[in-house]
Design a protein around this ligand. Sequence first.
Ligand code: T1G
Length: 701
Amino acid sequence: MSSPVSYELVDDIGVVTIDNPPVNALSQAVRQGIHDAIQVARSDASKAILILCEGRTFIAGADIREFGQRPQEPYLPDLCTEIENSTKLVVAAMHGTALGGGFEVALGCHYRCALPTARVGLPEVKLGLLPGAGGTQRTPRLAGAMAALDLITSGNPVDAGRAASLGLVDHLVEGDLREGALDWCRELVAKGASRRKTSELHVETISDGVLADYRAKLAKRARGQVAPQKIIECIEAAMMLPFPDGMAAEREKFMECMQSPQSAAMRHLFFAEREATKVSDLPADTVLRNVDKVGVIGAGTMGGGIAMNFANAGMQVTLLEVSDEALSNGLQTIDHNYMGGIKRGKLTEAEALERRGRITGTTNYATLADADLVVEAVFESLDLKQDIFAELDSVCKQGAILATNTSYQDVDRIAAVTRRPKDVIGLHFFSPAHIMKLLEVVRAEKTADDVLATCMGLAKKIGKTPVVSGVCYGFIGNRMLGHYGREAQLCVIEGAAPEAVDTAMEQWGMAMGPLAVFDLAGLDVGYKARQGLPEDKRGDPRAFRVADALVEMGRCGQKTGAGFYRYDPETRQRSSDPDVQQLIASAADDLDIERREIDSSEIVDRLIFALANEGMNILAEGIAQRPGDIDVVYVYGYGFPAFRGGPMHYADAVGLDDVLQRVQEFQQRFGSENWTPAPLLEQLVADKMTLSEWAKSRRSK
Ligand code: T1G
């Protein structure tokens, strides 16, 4: 098999070209190829060595697929040192995204040039890791300790211009990268540029006080995560220790992260997010429909955010409302969101104006006649949604995709009121819709393949992570949330204070505790949804007795200043409310519930295993394609900690036999209505199979 690395002498420049699609990851073969090329260049006529890549990007990092396997030589840290110690000048020429180990290779070079469109970064922390090939030791030597801390603890790439201002890139190449880089190499040779070893540079340090402050802020921002704190320790080592000792410290902490369950969880998510975009039974050659013009029905919070997504991606958007007043309120909210984006430096005024300019309003359905896609985003009433779809069926052109943003209604029943159910699909955005990354793509019984494929492609275009869900009440996320929320509210009425439940879940890693989430979403939303269900479909009445009482007292959550908590009108800070304690105690009395101490491990197990158990049922029914999809839904839609990998990965990590045992214990204690072990869970334990082995076995079918 030919090497993914080639070497040629271009005049007196040795050119090392890496060609390992799709992202030139540093597989063993690539590392070997670079090593071999450097060896050849050592003794040929070259005066300098240029490293660059074919394809869409410079090296985007170590090959994550090799993690967990036996490490093979040449090891990346050694390769970067070999490059730095080369007897010939070595220059990196970057385009696309030079990330992780790829950027570390560039940092090992004596000089770096890039296209202005290039982005460079060290995203390892997003995999629960840290740069393990000198990134934590060389970056501070070029950019200073503070800039290195920001770059490595955030994991966010910076554009080439910013990188140049930080000293991480020495030259921006306009036009053709290869030719421009070759010219620059010749200039460096001509002017006798030295082999500038980054390892020999001095680190611009920061004080202990600033570092302590940074550590505290990071502990809050990256609550529960191990890698970010280890990154600080590496930067500290770079400031305090000679380079070789700093490298040794980096290697030690890198290996600790690599072997951590947190990194295993985050690497699982990396691939799960990419696999979620694939629909296993969709023919690869499905022709996509063209989508340039988009209509959005309803200019409320969701409709406005949805409209912004499509406008931000360059599409023309028509926002429809029932009245001019409602329309102008909706457009004002959109203006407000764009202003907020400018204030936070997310976009320039010119960009905001351009995007806002793509959104127009109407109160006339006929305006949507030539829309390629229409997304309905009105409040949750099946009747109202059916009326709207009947209207759309009569005004929209043939071939238009008709989508509903419902978060739990039956999409088949919505499609059934049209003469074109194959063009109907669910596109369930999460609030705030212009920010949340997740998009549940609900495949209805008659949804056509090209409609589904088009929407999966569109999701990526508007910066969303799509996950396919079948039709059931609440789809993947909200269906599981019902079980999670039930247990949260049962823990409250059985004896745990709301803040005890939320604190337990937040310390475990959830972005926000369940009761606080319900207050944020609005307790009236759940109340109305329950009122819409027949009595026998509402579930365990003990679970929502308190929430219903709060709503009937006008305490709907943050929007009314009080719910399970009281909220400071200025800061929106939550605080416990003795009135709620009182209300809970009397509700428990009414229901003859003897309240008891509930410790945080019981709270965590009841809520998380309720999620995982229902996730098993969802997989068995084929509502979700694979366990990783459920994990992506929960991490990107429900604030589930990425360092735990999602509810299904977590169940596997804990061990399915332990999960089953705990679920059976809860069944004993709380009854089968709420706790019936999922048959798939029982089957996998009986077969001594993990969920990821089960998923793998289905993938190969
Ligand atoms: N290793 C293996 N496969 C990778 C990969 C990688 N580093 N990066 C991407 N892929 C695969 C991906 O799974 C997908 O495969 C295809 O490439 C296209 O990716 C020692 C330890 C580069 C910005 O964290 O952020 O270096 O699904 O769909 O949207 O310090 O991929 O087609 O089969 O994401 O255009 C550090 C990870 C590694 C960067 C492109 N590097 N990659 O985004 O395409 S750790 C990273 C990305 C490290 C050293 C340490 C993105 C991208 P498939 P894609 P994209």
